[in-house]
Structure formats: structure tokens, C-alpha cells
Design a protein around this ligand. Structure first.
Ligand code: HEC
Length: 139
């Protein structure tokens, strides 16, 4: 009898834990946790120039959405974000001669924002992590 009682109590506790971890109210978000964090970093640091839709501004701020320049070299994107970029570049057959300042992000933040821009607006790439970002040195 005592054993059955303990059994029911523990079963009840397990069920409560299961119900607590199952939260149907959570909004349906897209992407990994890293991409989701990157989206916030992007919104507060990058969207002013590259726009929320990643399209940039013609002739002034290059697009990140389906940018051939971005997608052909993701380490270079990491360097650009960490150290800035200056001089003439060509993005999707349009040239830009602008300047972007670097950001003092942590390795995790750098990885998150890179994961966001390389996995949004039709872009698709394998995700990077903080270890990847730690190899991108600050100039
Ligand atoms: C003040 C405006 C500005 C902000 C803010 C800014 N950028 Fe840029 N970004 C530029 C400009 C201008 C260039 C092109 C620089 C050049 O012509 O050499 C550029 C280039 C780039 C490129 C390479 C070109 C491409 O289109 O693929 C990437 C990647 C990039 N930025 C990502 C970011 C990310 C991520 C952030 C936020 C962490 C950010 N930028 C914030 C202005 C900005």
C-alpha cells in the first residue's frame, strides 16, 4: 500500500515536470537559439544601415540578403564585423566604396549575428560557434 502511494506521488511529480517543460504558449520562432539571439543583435546594431530586410540601401549600404560577397567567405564577414571594412567592394555586381566600423562583440555575439545574417532572407549556411569566432582576431 505504502509502495503504491509513493508510486502515485512520483508519477504525479513527473507529470507536473512534463507539463511545465511543455509550454504551448511559446511563440513559434524560426531558427536556432543562436540565430534568434543574432536577430536581436542585428536589429540593434546593423539594421540602421543594412535594413531589417537585409537589402541595404542601393549604392550606399550593401545588401546582406543573398549577397554573393557575404556568402562566398563567411570568415571575411566575421572579420568585417569585428574590425570594420573600408574601400571598394563589389556585391551582387554593384560596387560600394564605403566604410563600416567594427563592433566589440563577444565571440558568442559575433557567432550569433553571423548565424543570423547567413541564415536569413534566403541565405543558408552552416552555423558557426564561439570557437570559430575566437579565431577572428581584433586588429
Ligand atoms: C553605419 C552603417 C553600417 C552599420 C551600422 C553596419 N554596416 Fe555593414 N557595411 C556598411 C558599409 C558601408 C559596408 C561596405 C564597406 C565598403 O564599401 O568597404 C558594409 C559591409 C558589410 C558586409 C560585407 C558586404 C556585404 O554586403 O556582404 C557585411 C557582411 C556587413 N557589412 C555586415 C554588418 C553587420 C552584421 C552589422 C552589424 C553588426 C553591420 N554590417 C553594421 C555599413 C554598415
Amino acid at each position: 500500500m505504502k509502495l503504491a502511494f509513493t508510486g502515485i506521488i512520483s508519477f504525479g511529480l513527473v507529470m507536473i515536470l512534463v507539463l511545465l517543460s511543455w509550454s504551448p504558449i511559446e511563440p513559434n520562432q524560426e531558427g536556432s537559439k543562436s540565430v534568434q539571439r543574432g536577430k536581436k543583435i542585428y536589429a540593434s546594431n546593423c539594421a540602421v544601415c543594412h535594413m531589417a530586410n537585409g537589402m541595404g540601401i542601393a549604392k550606399v549600404f550593401p545588401p546582406l540578403a543573398q549577397s554573393d560577397y557575404l556568402m562566398e567567405d563567411i570568415s571575411r564577414a566575421g572579420e568585417t564585423i569585428r574590425n570594420g571594412l573600408k574601400g571598394k567592394i563589389s556585391v551582387n555586381e554593384a560596387s560600394y566604396t564605403g566604410m563600416m566600423s567594427g563592433f566589440s562583440f563577444s565571440d558568442q555575439e559575433l557567432a550569433d549575428v553571423v548565424n543570423y545574417i547567413t541564415n536569413s532572407w534566403g541565405n543558408k549556411a552552416e552555423e558557426v560557434d564561439a570557437t570559430w569566432a575566437s579565431k577572428i582576431k581584433k586588429n
